[in-house]
Design a protein around this ligand. Structure first.
Ligand code: MRU
Length: 351
């Protein structure tokens, strides 16, 4: 399954419309960076690594549609699209990272405009392919922390739908499952957008991973019961000290796990690490529309008074002290994060 891909013939992007799952598996065809911004804002595509690739493909679309006769300069058009794409969602650093991988090509002065167009497109495609390889390494590293018979609470959606293929935390669970380990997942429904019950449960069905959906506020109950062996989630941005910003609810889940001595594992690619940010409290948290909280219907009925207001932070901050292990493509990192991360990256270079 490819969540997002470049169509070389038509020079368009095809992506799974995640707003329609689990009711229908439908694809959207994206032709312009403006359409990509709309797909990102409305969460047709979501998940930090997938957003990185969406950003790069957004610029490839701009380049592919470049027409000299329009009188505008290719580089300034790509830069303008980059600003628009980076601003479409503020928290996942992968979006800015993916865009930056492409805008850095604009400094190369040795290429003609048509050569530059082709370089932008081929680099964006290479980024998508590299994402799959990175996720496989992540998944294998994460699976090494999963034991036969584990019951795992998983938050949000971190599977193939959150990346190009495989995934981060759910990728590790899938890898362990394919290794023959018996794993059982308690899928946090993940209010308000329900990425858990809509997307993670759908993916578990595709891979044959046993699961049950739990409400987010039932996680403490299960952690206290002794039936849960590990908590797994991904990240939208990790600060230099190992603080993790991830889907709202991750903090409460980690607190309850920590209080019950259940290991908390965060799985993410190095492109999610933002070393320019010393601590998680400096990471911007996206505030989304209150309608996402209020517009849910139960048996066709409103869940709140018509005049109710709501607050809707999309992410929260889990301090590094609550995390037992950080898993990247370079390996498993234990506390203290900053010191041990440097070592794991060094080891990766040595491999
Ligand atoms: O708002 P979303 O659905 O884009 O949030 C996604 C998450 O918070 C994921 O947990 C995170 O991006 C890691 S996914 C590999």
């Amino acid at each position: 399954m490819r969540t997002i891909e470049w169509l070389p013939e038509s020079r368009e992007v095809r992506l799974i419309d995640q707003r329609r799952l689990p009711a229908a598996l439908e694809y959207l065809t994206i032709q312009t960076p403006e359409q990509m911004v709309e797909a990102i804002r409305t969460m047709a595509i979501r998940g930090a690594p997938a957003l990185g690739v969406a950003g790069a493909f957004g610029l490839a679309l701009q380049a592919a549609r470049y027409n000299r006769a329009g009188g505008k300069d290719l580089r300034s058009l790509v830069h303008a699209a980059a600003v628009m794409l980076v601003n479409s969602r503020p928290t996942a650093v992968n979006l800015a990272w993916g865009v930056e991988q492409i805008t850095s090509l604009l400094d190369e002065q040795t290429h003609s405009e048509s050569e530059l167009v082709e370089r932008i497109i081929s680099n964006a495609q290479a980024l998508a392919e590299a994402d799959v390889r990175t996720n496989l390494r992540l998944a294998e590293n994460g699976a090494s922390l999963i034991d036969d018979g584990d019951t795992i609470i998983h938050h949000c959606n971190t599977g193939a739908l959150a990346v190009v293929d495989w995934g981060t935390a759910l990728g590790a669970i899938r890898f362990a499952h394919e290794q023959g380990k018996r794993v059982h997942v308690l899928v946090d429904e993940t209010r308000p957008r329900l990425q858990g019950s809509r997307l993670t449960a759908w993916e578990c069905e595709q891979y044959g991973i046993p699961y049950e959906i739990i409400t987010d506020n039932a996680a403490g109950f299960f952690l206290q019961s002794g039936r849960v062996h590990k908590v797994f989630f991904g990240a939208d941005r990790v600060a230099a000290n190992g603080d993790v910003v991830n889907k709202v609810g991750t903090y409460m889940l980690s607190l309850a796990a920590h209080a019950n001595q259940v290991p908390v594992v965060c799985v993410f690619p190095l492109s999610t690490l933002d070393l320019s940010i010393a601590e998680g409290r400096y990471i911007p948290i996206e505030e989304r529309d209150a309608a996402e909280v209020l517009n849910l219907r139960v048996d066709g009925q409103a869940i709140a008074p018509a005049t109710a207001r709501a607050l809707n932070p999309a992410f929260d901050l889990t301090p590094h002290a609550l995390i037992s292990a950080w898993v990247t493509e370079a390996g498993v990192v234990r506390a203290p994060f900053a010191q041990n991360l440097a070592q794991s990256r060094y080891n990766q270079k040595m491999d």
